[in-house]
Design a protein around this ligand. Structure first.
Ligand SMILES: Cc1ncc(COP(=O)(O)O)c(C=O)c1O
Length: 385
């Protein structure tokens, strides 16, 4: 029997798959995985359906349909005052996770170090390791999970090739400030550090906080791959559609890898998205829409023994402490909560390479109000330990 030597020996099934399966098994309300349970726009469905009916069903151009790249460049140049060239600096991808992997694959060589701020989205470290790189993990500061800039500075070595940043942040909801961007600029200036900026939650910030895109800062953009997801913007996580924006020399290398990974991305969805993007309200309405959901969720959990360290500033996740309920490690607590109370969440330790456990769990509030109310009814049954 042939066997293979795993390139990811420490990796099993992701916590998102585990918790969603457990939620299904126990008919729990699933506030674990980050996906909305409400319908997507009928206009977007209509635009995509029309595209299929009109025969847009064959391979799209390798970098993506010109009309979609133009719509994206128009959008970001307006929002972030950038001057992105749709022909040379934008590529459409099958989702953001793919974009991150492709970007890392362009430039990482064995032994290169990549700084990862933890807790972190779970694909980053495996993506680095698959490319022979070494993840250098720097913890964010508990309890607000702001960036510990001294720690980042100390983590930089002559082998540092890249840093992955993510704002608004999954799972903590921290949103980078202009001060954070200034620090990143200072630390990377005169180095050959490449930034991967994961901005999939760009339109989900609260309390009037602006999203500090890399695209707003020309000196940072010059060393960056910036990653976006239509899944998070138009509630279409199952479509796996996204894009990468990078300066032309970086984008040339990105496209070299992309053309041999997937070659191109779903054609009718690109047509549908390019038409739907003309309606700017579809994304400009998102902060208010999700802020209402966050506020409803925060209001509902007031009647439960969960502890709130800080209301989330962005993304559609809220962290809650459970010290008053249980002394279990967070993973065991999340499993117990799913089985016994019927509400699924994600243990935050799953976002730390070493399983560091701050006794916090993550809830996704991108759900219909009825779902959040039903979940809260169950959570109210929890008692103090
Ligand atoms: C921080 C972050 N980046 C990337 C993604 C993945 O985006 P996509 O589904 O477009 O691959 C997610 C999804 O949860 C995420 O939270």
């Amino acid at each position: 029997m042939l066997s293979i030597t795993s390139k990811l020996p420490k990796v099993g099934t992701t916590i998102f798959t585990v918790m969603s399966a457990l939620a299904k098994e126990h008919q729990a309300i699933n506030l674990s995985q980050g996906f909305p349970d409400f319908p997507i726009s009928n206009d977007l469905i209509g635009d995509t359906y029309e595209a299929m009916r009109a025969g847009h069903n064959q391979y799209a151009p390798m970098p993506g349909l010109p009309e979609l790249r133009q719509a994206i460049a128009q959008k970001v140049n307006h929002l972030y005052k950038s001057s992105i060239n749709p022909d040379t600096e934008v590529t459409i991808t099958p989702g953001a996770t793919y974009g991150i992997y492709t970007a890392l694959t362009c430039f990482l060589n064995p032994g290169d170090e990549v700084i990862v701020l933890e807790p972190a989205y779970d694909s980053y470290i495996p993506n680095i390791e698959l490319n022979g790189g070494i993840a250098v993990c720097v913890p964010l500061k508990f309890p607000d999970y702001s960036v510990d800039w001294d720690a980042v500075k100390h983590a930089i070595t002559p082998k540092t090739r890249s840093i992955i940043i993510n704002s608004p942040h999954n799972p903590t909801g921290y949103v980078w400030t202009s001060e954070d961007m200034k620090m990143l600029d200072e630390l990377t200036r005169n180095t050959d550090i490449i930034i991967i900026s994961d901005e999939v939650y760009e339109h989900i910030t609260f309390d009037a906080m602006p999203h500090e895109s890399i695209l707003k800062y020309p000196s940072l953009f010059a060393r960056s791959f910036v990653i976006y997801s239509f899944g998070k913007v138009f509630h279409t996580t199952g479509w796996k559609m996204g894009y990468c924006i990078a300066p032309e020399p970086f984008m040339q290398e990105f496209r070299k890898v992309h053309q041999f990974l997937s070659f191109s991305t779903n054609t009718p969805m690109q047509v549908g998205l390019s038409r739907y993007l003309q309606n700017e309200q579809a994304y400009l309405s998102l902060p208010a829409f999700f802020e209402e959901k966050r506020n409803l969720f925060l209001d509902l959990i007031k009647d439960t023994p969960f502890t709130l360290h800080a209301p989330t500033k962005g993304s559609y996740f809220q962290l809650l402490g459970y010290d008053k309920i249980s002394a279990l490690p967070d993973k065991e607590f999340a499993i117990w909560l799913t089985r016994e109370i019927g509400v699924a969440c994600i243990p935050v330790s799953a976002f730390n390479h070493d399983g560091k456990d701050d006794h916090l769990v993550r809830f996704c509030f991108a759900k219909q109000d009825e779902t959040l109310i039903a979940a809260a009814e169950r959570l109210k049954k929890l008692t103090m330990k």
